[in-house]
Design a protein around this ligand. Structure first.
Ligand code: T6T
Length: 325
């Protein structure tokens, strides 16, 4: 009889323990699969690493690809998934469409997906669709940024003249929205003409060549928008080489040390800084809340952005927005 009571007490204790374990959840093992090797993605990685340390989470960091695109990214993602020890992959899809199926296969194998910086499909994961499976999308409001850049560039060029856009790809959510937002903003100025949009595939030398060619074809271009760091860095180099520093205004996206230096030197006139470090910390924080605390994750999380101009570039509080890696 005593034995039976002991057995019952033990069984009760064990079940209490397992209820507690369930309620507490399991600490997820995180994998970070960057889209490209660049200072912006290093900053996201830094945020992820710091937050994992703070929360005591295990982290696997995949290689930083040397080139942008699904051909390079998908095999890396598949290798990470095949490890068998990952609970959640944080990644920036390098194509809105081409990454849907590979990420879905990984998700179906039991791994949660968080997309940062870029999304799949139309980025709306809140309604059921073939691409609504990720836990969340954490990234800048790129359309809004594009609109604001257009207005600021318009002011800089006296609201008239020819402008040009250098961007990376036609199927990458972030830059597509930047271009769309820019077009929308510029459309409010009847005397500004957008003379071209070129795609450098995230290769700085190509951006430089394309901008040089655009300046030859349209010597009266007065403003250029470089939609990401390689586009913008290539754009200002071309303008400087053409002897047009200061004459052609450059609005650029991404606050690399190179672009901030160029802003100080008058080679660039405006820099939009995203908040990549925050994207990284938020991604880990929400993975933790989901796995450990059982919280529902908002389907869209939007860190803000910050504009650097020559007036504020030396302000002490602005320095935190530079991508220092
Ligand atoms: O601008 C960022 C990122 O937001 C974009 O999706 C791709 O290019 C960068 O990584 C900068 O190189």
């Amino acid at each position: 009889k005593k034995f039976l009571v002991l057995l019952l007490v033990c069984a009760f204790g064990v079940s209490l323990l397992s209820v507690a374990a369930l309620a507490q959840g399991k600490k997820p093992k995180i994998a970070w699969c960057p889209a490209i090797s660049d200072p912006f993605y290093y900053m996201i990685g830094k945020g992820i690493e710091d937050k994992c340390k703070e929360l005591g989470l295990e982290l696997f960091v995949a290689e930083y690809p040397k080139a942008w695109g699904p051909e390079v990214q998908v095999p890396i993602l598949e290798a990470v998934a095949a490890r068998g020890d990952i609970d959640v992959i944080i990644t920036g899809p390098t194509s809105k469409e081409a990454l849907i199926a590979p990420l879905k296969r990984i998700y179906d194998s039991g791994i949660e997906i968080i997309t940062v910086d870029t999304y799949i499909g139309d980025g709306d994961y809140s309604k059921p669709s073939e691409y609504s499976f990720p836990l969340t999308f954490i990234g800048t409001d790129n359309f809004q940024g594009g609109v604001e850049i257009a207005h600021r560039l318009a002011e800089m060029i006296g609201k008239k003249g020819k402008v040009f856009v250098e961007t990376t790809n036609p199927d990458v959510s972030s830059v597509v929205e930047r271009v769309e937002g820019f077009k929308k903003g510029i459309s409010e100025y009847p005397d500004i003409e957008l003379v071209g949009v070129e795609y450098c595939l995230d290769i700085q030398e190509k951006a430089q060549q394309q901008v040089a060619a655009a300046l030859q074809a349209n010597p009266d271009i007065v403003g250029i928008f470089g939609t990401n760091l390689y586009s913008a860095q290539g754009a200002y180099q071309a303008v400087v080489n053409a002897g047009l520093k200061g004459a052609v205004k450059i609005a650029s996206w991404d606050a690399t040390e190179d672009l901030i230096k160029a802003l100080r030197e008058g080679k660039v006139d405006l820099v939009l800084a995203q908040k990549p470090y925050e994207m990284g910390t938020l991604a880990v924080e929400w993975a933790y809340k989901y796995f450990v605390e059982g919280q529902e994750v908002p389907k869209r999380i939007v860190p803000g952005f910050f504009f650097f101009t020559r007036e504020n570039v030396d302000d002490p509080e602005a320095q935190q927005y530079i991508y220092k890696v």
